[in-house]
Design a protein around this ligand. Structure first.
Ligand code: ASP
Length: 346
């Protein structure tokens, strides 16, 4: 059976043209023309699709959480009319948007696949054509109840993906979760890795992020200034991501530690992630991490920074008390971390 897929074009290199020496999103109408010109998308074994353009189309570097909410809202409003969604998006912040959508779109039973290109469709060697065709095949052939990202012959869980290559066609990776599918001669989706299909009691729900949440992330580095850190933490932030060394280590500086301790007392939700792409946080391993743990920070396990940021926004949107937020931060809500079984709690 031919499925019905909605393609939402939000911008990004895939639909860009060169203007005054820079790549910029092409004027409205361009992407419909470009996609209609891809013959393979119109074959009888491909899904029926409609194309919608986000307003304004943008370089994804200019996206803000309000745009994630608008994309989520589009999907929610059209959810019952389509069997799946393909979101054409710039690669620079694609993993952020994929992570945000994963939290906002609760109990998904259909695929939402983000894809794009490193070279515009308007150019000879564009990778966008293959990415869209494969995303459409996947949406037609497989039952995937989650937000994913397809790029460079690979299908990733959206909230596990990160951009790792600025110029290669394999622009993304999912260091801490296996690929959902590899596209070779055949495309085989790993059903054993997908989130479970929601039961009939767990109906689809759109939970738009509150967009006024103040979050920042700090990367620990040798010689980091406690004064500067104090300034950041004294500002009205609600969530803080510490990008620690390796397994969750930081310098054993009493000044740094007392800043974090104070911040925890002020109910700032602090989550520790790793600067390393692979592996997970284990705060008790070294004295620096252990001292941090005693301050009351949350162990970010093997979450990406992108997913952690989205999760903090989600938890502040839900308006639980800080103890519940800290608890939920360490639970596996959308397949974003490995250490716990998938929880349908929230
Ligand atoms: N600057 C572009 C964007 O993120 C990069 C791309 O799409 O590859 O919108």
């Amino acid at each position: 059976m031919k499925k019905k897929i909605s393609i939402l074009y939000t911008g990004g290199t895939i639909g860009m043209i060169k203007e005054g020496g820079n790549y910029v999103p092409a004027p409205p109408g361009y992407i419909s023309e470009a996609l209609n010109g891809i013959q393979e998308l119109h074959r009888s074994d491909m899904p029926d699709f409609t194309i919608e353009e986000y307003t304004p189309v943008m370089d994804s570097a200019n996206m803000v959480p309000k745009d994630w909410v608008a994309i989520g809202e589009y999907i929610a409003k059209n959810y019952s009319f389509f069997d799946g969604f393909i979101v054409l998006h710039g690669t620079d912040t694609m993993s952020y948007t994929a992570s945000a959508l994963a939290f906002m779109l609760k109990n998904l039973s259909k695929p939402v696949i983000l894809t794009g290109a490193q070279i515009p469709l308007s150019e000879l060697r564009s990778d966008g054509r293959d990415n869209i065709i494969a995303a459409a095949i996947i949406a037609q052939k497989f039952e995937i109840p989650e937000v994913c990202l397809y790029f460079g012959e690979k299908l990733y869980r959206g909230c596990r993906s990160i951009k790792v290559n600025a110029s290669g066609f394999g622009a993304f990776a999912s260091p801490n979760y296996e690929l959902l599918a590899n596209s070779g001669i055949e495309i085989n989706v790993r059903n054993d890795l997908l989130l479970p299909m929601p039961s009939s009691d767990n109906v689809f729900e759109f939970i738009p992020f509150a967009t006024d949440i103040m979050i920042t992330s700090i990367r620990i580095f040798p010689g980091i200034s406690p004064q500067l850190l104090q300034e950041i933490v004294s500002s009205p932030i609600q969530g803080l991501i510490i990008e620690a060394y390796g397994i969750g280590n930081i310098p054993e500086s009493p000044q740094l530690l007392s800043i974090f301790e104070e911040a925890v007392k002020r109910d700032i939700l602090i989550t520790v992630c790793s600067q390393c792409l692979l592996g997970e946080i284990s705060l008790e391993y070294y004295r620096g991490g252990s001292a941090l743990q005693k301050c009351g920070v949350v162990n970010g396990a093997d979450m990406t920074i992108e997913a952690t940021l989205a999760k903090i926004m989600y938890l502040f949107t839900l308006k639980n008390d800080i103890a519940k937020k800290r608890l939920l931060m360490s639970k596996n809500l959308r397949g974003e971390l490995s250490c716990e079984l998938y929880s349908t709690l929230i």
